[in-house]
Design a protein around this ligand. Structure first.
Ligand code: G3P
Ligand code: CA
Length: 275
């Protein structure tokens, strides 16, 4: 599908200047043709191992998942680490804003998140995740956590790292901050990007097409909106749905023909879809 748009984006707080992004490229239609959606482990196999840790990603791979979803942020000294919350209170033995810790300080903390079987597990760098998963061929959905903190040049940094570490066709970038998504696309028009969102805006497929996105990443309940899947197909937008854990939701996603489901329980999804 041909997608040609010129649009201005003032990225106050993300960039020190305004910029014009020109998005002219041909979308690859990557809608799945398999009989069930692709299965991506949400923060790894986070229903079984501490979220966003190397064991959680390894477990998702071992279970036979097609990919993993994860969240990236920057430490005080600029290292790309994998962690969901902007504060480390919930998932680690420490407390405070992640951005205020150096990488070495974070590495001294326990990120087992109350799971005794994984006591002492550390926060991973994005580079370590790339190294772990490169031999597997799994897709990585990299969510940029730029909603509350506008991490300086995180878009440039992740693209630079990914370039040397992972197959480009196995990465899709996403964010609730659509300025971040557009910035990724502007920096690398060949990068696959998805727009994350929760409560349902009107005509997200049209919006996604206008922003030259490759995919929409809706919360599950958005699937029910009028003509949603039809419109996504019309615009060549993949639909990658989160967070799909229950049997009923998994079945519904298969019926709708979504491209991928993002789940805490990849093994459950695989068993259900292959039964
Ligand atoms: O990327 C899907 C999902 O992870 C988005 O929500 O809050 O779990 O990052 P959240
Ligand atoms: Ca996420």
């Amino acid at each position: 599908m041909e997608c040609e748009k010129e649009y201005d984006i003032t990225v106050t707080g993300i960039d020190t200047s305004s910029y014009t992004t020109s998005c002219i490229y041909t979308k690859e239609l990557t809608m799945t043709t398999s009989k069930h959606p692709l299965i991506w482990g949400h923060r790894g196999a986070s229903g079984h191992a501490p979220e966003n840790t190397l064991p959680a990603f390894q477990l998702a791979a071992d279970m036979g998942a097609d990919g993993v979803e994860l969240d990236i942020q920057l430490t005080k000294d600029g290292v790309i680490v994998v962690c969901h919350d902007e504060t480390i209170d919930r998932t680690s033995s420490g407390a405070g804003w992640l951005k205020d810790f150096t990488f070495d300080e974070l590495r001294r903390l326990d990120f087992s998140n109350g799971n005794a079987a994984y006591e002492g597990v550390q926060i991973p760098t994005m580079e370590e995740v790339f190294d772990l998963l490169a031999p597997t061929g799994l897709t990585i959905n990299i969510e940029l956590k730029t909603g509350i903190i506008f991490y300086d040049r995180i878009e440039e940094k992740i693209l630079e790292l990914a370039k040397t570490k992972y197959r480009a066709d196995r990465i899709i970038y996403s964010s609730f901050n659509h300025y971040s998504v557009c910035k990724i696309k502007k920096l690398d028009p060949s990068a696959k990007v998805g727009l994350l969102y929760g409560d349902g805006p009107v005509d997200m497929p049209g919006y996604g097409n206008r922003l030259c996105a490759d995919a929409l990443h809706p919360a599950y309940y958005n699937l029910r909106y009028p003509n949603y899947m039809e419109d996504c197909r019309k615009y060549g937008l993949d639909v990658n749905v989160w967070t799909v854990n229950s049997t009923e939701e998994l079945m519904t996603c298969r019926q709708y023909g979504v491209n991928a489901i993002i789940t805490n329980y990849p093994a459950k999804a695989i068993k259900l879809y292959e039964s």
